[in-house]
Design a protein around this ligand. Structure first.
Ligand code: EPZ
Length: 422
């Protein structure tokens, strides 16, 4: 297992390109199941999560070619049974469920395991697909969905106790594209990645309106056709580098971003005393560490609120920001694994009931730390950038799941680090 050695103290400056969005790519790759014709998808990041999804599609019988960031998929003949061992390894594989059900009238998909950020139920996904006419059964750790008479449109409210579900909205929206009649999804997730998926589906001939809001209307069609699409920039990768620049940067420029998607992250960094300048087009931003950073309170919320996927990274920034900060994660109340590791580096954090109280300290100190999940690992890399000494971050595979060459990009900005292959 690779590890990353980060020697703290380097100043970051310079320019990097942000990659295409992992969380837009995964459901869009799955949506290719809905047609037998060619789907060409650009700027798919080369990370292990997208590689898993490509393996799953290939195991289902799809013909998949990948050349640098472009993936060509043709699902001429496709099986309804997703490979148990592959699906088990990545929760997001659940988003093949809706497309398989719509294309084949049947879907067999492993129940996703839980993960360190919390129990990851799929009750809302199943509620939505049942409303479209699917029969739901469970056997041997698999979910078995059948709709032998096809799917028919329905009015569905997808609100859960923790707000909307992103992949649940995706699954129902994809299934509804081939249902008979009109489907209305109330309390839909409004994340940019849901809108990107809807744009992809409409380019395939679907009839979807309202994506990007909490009410999506889908008029079912008989079939979908070939499509060419480029995924949106990865707003969480961009936010992660913005946080790195706020910690250790003297003018870090990120190209290929989308200002609209970064509003809540920008607001949080400015609240903490840093500066973020966008160009006129809003596709490039430069971040300057503030001269007088100050603690601030953050509450995660569904888009356009502050993203839960940036909570760990901002905790790392606030760990050495003067003052007290209170960070509440309303979406994943257990998503604080990074705090224990940050405390090993000298951070002053108390976590209780979905809230972390962070008292800024002068500087963290290097320690061997353990990555636990994708965003927690990113938080540890950020903390190591300004820590005293050399921090060893183990289990780097967590980071490689969702960040395309993060060590190379940080190195290009002047970070003093190296990946050690073990
Ligand atoms: C997506 O996961 C993202 N993953 C996650 O990013 C992100 O943290 C999450 O949305 C929230 O924004 C991808 O897009 C691949 P949810 P998803 O369904 O769709 C509860 C990362 O780091 N819920 O929106 O699986 C759930 O427990 C990953 O890139 C139910 O109760 O998350 C949570 O509390 C991590 N029942 C809340 O809803 C359900 O059926 C939001 O979950 C489904 C979800």
């Amino acid at each position: 297992m690779d590890k990353l050695l980060v020697h703290g103290g380097a100043t970051l400056r310079g320019t990097i390109n942000i990659s295409g969005s992992k969380n837009a790519s995964l459901p869009i790759l799955a949506a290719a199941i809905l047609t037998g014709e060619d789907c060409i998808i650009g700027r798919v990041p080369d990370v292990s999560d997208t590689n898993y999804m490509i393996q799953i599609l290939s195991a289902l019988g799809a013909n998949v070619e990948r050349s640098s960031g472009t993936v060509r998929i043709s699902c001429t003949d496709i099986s309804a049974e997703a490979p148990y061992e592959l699906v088990r390894r990545m929760r997001a594989s659940i988003c093949v469920m809706g497309p398989l059900l719509a294309r084949k009238g049947r879907a067999v998909v492993s129940l996703p395991g839980g993960c360190v950020i919390g129990d990851r139920p799929v009750d809302l996904h199943l509620r939505g697909l049942q409303a479209l006419g699917a029969k739901v059964e469970f056997e041997g750790g698999n979910i078995i969905l059948t709709a032998k008479d096809g799917l028919r449109g329905a009015e569905i409210d997808l609100r859960g106790t923790h707000g909307p579900t992103v992949l649940g909205t995706d699954n129902v929206m994809m299934a509804a594209t081939l249902a008979d009649g009109i489907t209305v999804i109330e309390s839909a997730a409004a994340e940019p990645e849901v809108l990107d998926l809807a744009n992809f589906l409409n380019a395939m001939g679907a009839k979807i309106e309202g994506a990007g809001t909490s009410r999506i209307v889908i008029e079912g069609v008989k079939s979908l056709h070939a499509v060419q699409h480029t995924v949106i920039p990865d707003r969480i990768e961009a936010g992660t580098f913005m946080a790195a620049a706020a910690l250790a940067g003297e003018g870090v420029t990120l190209r290929r971003v989308c200002r609209e998607h970064l509003k809540a992250i920008t607001t949080a960094l400015v609240k903490a005393g840093h500066r973020v300048d966008f160009n006129e087009a809003g596709d490039t931003c430069t971040i300057f560490r503030g001269a007088d950073p100050r603690g601030c309170d953050l509450v995660t919320a569904p888009y356009p609120g502050f993203p839960t996927d940036m909570q760990a990274q901002m905790t790392a920034v606030l760990a050495t920001t003067p003052g007290t900060s209170v960070i509440k994660d309303t979406i994943f109340a257990q998503r604080f694994m990074h705090c224990a590791e940050l405390k090993r580096m000298g951070a002053d954090i108390t976590v209780d009931n979905g809230t972390a109280v962070v008292r800024g300290v002068e500087q963290l100190s290097a320690a061997p730390v353990m990555a636990s999940d994708l965003r927690a690992s990113a938080a540890l890399v950020l903390a190591a950038l300004t820590a005293k000494g050399t921090t060893a971050i183990n289990r780097l595979y967590h980071i490689d799941r969702g960040y395309e060459h993060i060590d190379e990009k940080l190195y290009m900005l002047g970070a003093d680090l190296q990946r050690v292959r073990e």
